[in-house]
Write a protein that binds this ligand. Structure first.
Ligand code: G1P
Length: 306
């Protein structure tokens, strides 16, 4: 993927990432009596992909917004002394994987006391983040490690200021599952000025087919905006509604929202069917499993009837 602009010194300033992980996971019951973020995607829990993506983009200070049922997430990113000792003899790759999550970043936790929505979850990060731009990553969307989107978003923030969202063009009949962006001006190849947003519009009312996927680079001005954002869709405080306010605010008050159009590989793990497809796609893409698995899959597919 081509870089849009030269990196600037402000790019290095974004070191904090917030990962909301307090959702109930109702679409995966009964498995999600355990946290849905811990569902294995091949051999790693879903949330580890997201943590690794944030760390790769330079965010070494991670805040996970959890709730009381999510203790196993904290255990996962803890330091596993006994396991590391047991694996120390020879199995270097697996050891490296285990260390990856716990040693390359500082992971912090805060509880969202009530399930009042994504905007409310992000608001819990205010004290930890302070007056800095920060990244938000949603765990239902996995971005292929070969097609990173955060570096492009950081470049766009460095150039234009304000906040940045990742946008994916989806079929019109799917837009009602997402925040949808109304875009007017293309600023640069694959970078658009976002004029307005609407959370989960009906297909016939959607201003575009551009869906907000779960990667945000937010100006800290989002916090006061969220504090005064009333409950929106489904009675929840919506991050999309706060972005909508930011889009109309002046640049010298932290306003402005741009979108980076994402054209890479993305895997949706948010419901059972998408999750199954994501696991199969990822397995086919993996160098260690892909050749054998794809070979088997072709044979299996041939046995399926019409
Ligand atoms: C959330 C956001 C939505 C966004 C989506 C991306 O919705 O509210 O704007 O498009 O994540 O995955 P959720 O999927 O949590 O209902």
């Amino acid at each position: 993927m081509t870089m849009l602009v030269e990196p600037t010194p402000t790019r290095a300033a974004v070191t904090k990432a917030v990962i909301p992980a307090a959702g109930p996971g109702a679409r995966f019951l009964p498995a999600t009596k355990e946290p849905k973020e811990m569902l294995p995607v091949i051999d790693k829990p879903a949330i580890q992909y997201v943590v690794e993506e944030a760390v790769s983009a330079g965010c070494h200070d991670l805040l996970l917004v959890t709730n009381p049922g999510k203790r196993s997430i904290e255990d996962h990113f803890d330091i596993h002394g006994e396991l590391e000792d047991a694996l120390a003899d020879g199995i270097d790759q697996r050891l490296a994987e285990i260390r990856h999550g716990s040693r390359r970043a500082s992971v912090h936790y805060i509880r969202q006391a009530q399930p009042l929505g994504l905007g409310h979850a992000v608001l819990q990060a205010e004290q930890h983040v302070g007056n800095e731009p920060f990244v938000v990553l949603l765990g239902d969307d996995l971005i292929d490690v070969r097609d990173p989107v955060l570096p492009r978003m950081l470049d766009v923030r460095a150039r234009y200021g304000g906040s940045v969202v990742a946008l994916l063009e989806v079929p019109r009949d799917q837009i009602s599952a997402y925040g949808c962006a109304d875009v007017r001006v293309e600023l640069d190849a694959g970078v658009v000025e976002v004029a307005d947003l609407v959370e989960k519009p009906a297909a016939e009312e959607a201003p575009s087919r551009l869906a907000v996927i779960g990667r945000y680079l937010l100006d800290p001005q989002v916090f006061p905006v969220l504090r005064s954002t009333p409950p929106g869709r489904d009675g929840e405080i919506q991050l999309t509604d706060a972005l909508r306010t930011l889009a109309t605010m002046p640049a010298d008050h932290g306003g402005g929202v741009r979108g980076v159009i994402f054209r890479g590989r993305r895997y949706d793990t948010g419901d059972r069917l998408s999750y199954l497809k994501a696991v199969v796609q990822l397995a086919c893409e993996r160098p260690d499993l892909g050749p054998d698995f794809s070979h088997w899959l072709r044979g299996f597919a041939a046995t399926l009837r019409g």
